[in-house]
Write a protein that binds this ligand. Structure first.
Ligand code: PFF
Length: 455
């Protein structure tokens, strides 16, 4: 077993935490979490989400880091070689393949949304939020998404930015960017929560987010649970090999359990802060929490338009959000690029350009689904919404189940204990094993079967 990855290694344990947090914290926390929580009525969704993060997300994150570090290759080859070592069938590499497909699909719409964020940097910069009201913010957003050329331009710029970093190797540029970005994003979000607390309806937001009202879920309970679980996978970057490939660059002596808890806690904190920054403004301005994917783009401009220094704060906020999306996008592309390098013998640059171009093309279908192709739907959803829904709610949880089964049932006890560096009698190891063997896979399978109406 190699102790180094051919694709590079993190320079320190902190570098890994920063990079993995950079992958986890992104549009999922600030764009997707608030609007999905809003669609399912708030508190009950948030509670289920938190339970999923703790009971399913953290153990699976540990498993992913562990598998990655033990295999030290692209997820496809890691799964193949670990299956060989554990005497299991080579078909386990399909898990890596599923991850590649999920990564390409996610990045194709993720880049379009990141494009919205960049477009909003220029609107903030130009002072266009000054004195804007709910109707104005709605029409500004509507004008953007109905303009395919503009969306294409931003999507293209974002993909070029992503390809540029991945082509150079994630370990070099990424560390520096995240070291500065994460603290900055944190501070700004706390500032925005403080602003929302005094300018918005903070009480209403607190009650909305933290007073679970299960009655609100009504007949949609199954779907709400599925979406909360999907959101946990999406937000923590689990189930597709992103955290696995980052684990493959991690030093053998780092504690996997501790790292996973830190990364998941940071990620969850950012999501909750985003909720606390957005919902007070939603309620104070009579907006509807269930207005869908445009939610942050229709609420935050109102706050920036009213607050002192809002022009600057608005620019900084959207710039930071672009960075957060960027560090996540990088991790979405990395698994397929490492596979192309290992198996096709491509240079990293060539591999990245090819994978990035495929995503760019898929992204065009996503952005057209918002306007010219708006009439074309599958299962009642346009392409962008469909990719979003299917990846987060089906592919990532399925990937997660397979990771849990492999780590808990296929991998020998001695192998996982050794890799997690936990003693035979350690309570933490016992708890992890219980969660990864029974709780995580069974819960995910029940939720998935329930969603398709089988139970
Ligand atoms: N976790 C990222 C976010 O919350 O924005 C998105 C993401 C990155 C999902 C990497 C999945 C992934 F593998």
């Amino acid at each position: 077993m190699s102790t180094m990855s051919v694709h590079g290694m993190w320079s320190s344990r902190l570098a890994f935490i920063l990079a993995a947090t950079g992958s986890a914290v992104g549009l999922g926390n600030i764009w997707r979490f608030p609007y999905t929580a809003g669609e399912y009525g708030g508190g009950a969704f948030v509670l289920i989400y938190l339970i999923c993060v703790a009971g399913i997300g953290i153990p699976i994150m540990m498993a992913e880091i562990m598998l990655g570090r033990r295999g030290r290759q692209s997820p496809v080859n890691t799964m193949r070689s670990l299956a060989g070592q554990e005497g299991a069938h080579g078909a386990w590499q399909l898990l890596g393949w599923m991850g590649i497909v999920s990564g390409l699909l996610i990045l194709s719409f993720y880049s379009v949304i990141a494009g919205w964020t960049m477009a909003y940097v220029t609107r903030a910069f130009g002072g266009q939020f000054g004195g804007i009201d709910a109707a104005g913010a709605e029409s500004m957003f509507g004008a953007l998404v109905s303009d395919p050329e503009r969306l294409l331009a931003w999507h293209t710029i974002f993909m070029v930015m992503t390809v540029m970093v991945v082509a150079r190797g994630v370990a070099s540029g990424l560390e520096k960017a995240v070291r500065f970005l994460m603290p900055a994003l944190f501070v700004l979000l706390i500032g925005m929560v403080l602003y929302a607390a005094q300018a918005g309806d903070f009480q209403a937001a607190l009650a909305y987010l933290f007073k679970p009202d299960f009655a609100k879920l009504g007949e949609h309970a199954g779907e709400a649970i599925l979406s909360a679980m999907g959101q946990a996978f999406f937000s923590l970057s689990l189930g597709m090999g992103a955290i696995m490939i980052y684990g493959s660059y991690l030093n053998s002596s780092a504690s996997i359990g501790r790292n996973a808890v830190i990364i998941a806690s940071l990620d969850t904190t950012v999501a909750l802060l985003a909720g606390l920054a957005i919902f007070p403004i939603v309620f104070a301005n009579g907006l509807s929490p269930d207005s869908g994917p445009g939610l942050i783009f229709q609420t935050l401009p109102i706050a920036f338009g009213q607050m002192a220094g809002g022009q600057l704060v608005g620019v900084v906020f959207f710039v930071l959000l672009v960075f957060a999306a960027w560090t996540s996008a990088i991790s979405l592309l990395e698994p397929v690029v490492t596979w192309l390098v290992e198996n096709r013998g491509f240079s990293r640059v060539r591999a990245t350009v090819i994978a990035g171009s495929a995503v760019w093309l898929l992204g065009i279908a996503c952005l057209l689904s918002l306007n010219v192709w708006a009439g074309f739907t599958i299962f009642g959803k346009g392409i962008l919404d469909l990719f979003d829904y299917v990846t987060a709610n089906v592919l990532l949880p399925l990937g997660g189940v397979l990771i849990a089964v492999f780590a808990g049932w296929i991998m020998r006890r001695a192998s996982s204990r050794d890799e997690l560096a936990m003693g035979e009698t350690s309570i933490a190891y016992g708890a992890w094993r219980l969660l990864i063997r029974y709780v995580a896979p069974i819960c995910v399978v029940i939720v998935l079967l329930n969603a398709i109406g089988l139970i």
